[in-house]
Design a protein around this ligand. Sequence first.
Ligand code: FES
Ligand code: FES
Length: 160
Amino acid sequence: MKYKVSFFVNEEPVELYVPANMTLLYVLRDMLNLTGAKDGCSAGECGACTVIMDGKPVNGCLVLAPELDGKHITTVEGLSKNGKLSPLQEAFIAHAALQCGFCTPGFLMTATALLDEDPHPTREQIMKGISGNLCRCTGYKSIIEAIEDVASHYEGGKRI
Ligand code: FES
Ligand code: FES
């Protein structure tokens, strides 16, 4: 059985018929060709599939497609505007906060939601905020420093 769902992805309206057991992650990857969100565990353990749903970070592997009706989803593909990377994406590059990059879209989406909610989190709040995202390459220090950099210099996406 398929369900009709209407929702928004990166501010664009989408209407699809989705199987009941398909996850948001595979709606994005297989039906919409948005492959930024990654499948690291399919079990809510790694955060590689993180996207923002109605302002909150969610694991795309744990959201079933029929739940999407009426929702607003932002993926890593929606972070850049007019060909310009977001301040957080720029900071990840400046701080070398990635190596293989597999975890990076998930960290970017978690940290974007964190900074949207509180533009100036403490280091402890950043560490708690990203605790659901795993990285096996960087050792986390550079990721935390990149987020702190944006927290120190930006508010609402604008330099302060
Ligand atoms: S793939 Fe979703 S948390 Fe790992
Ligand atoms: S950069 Fe490789 S898993 Fe994070």
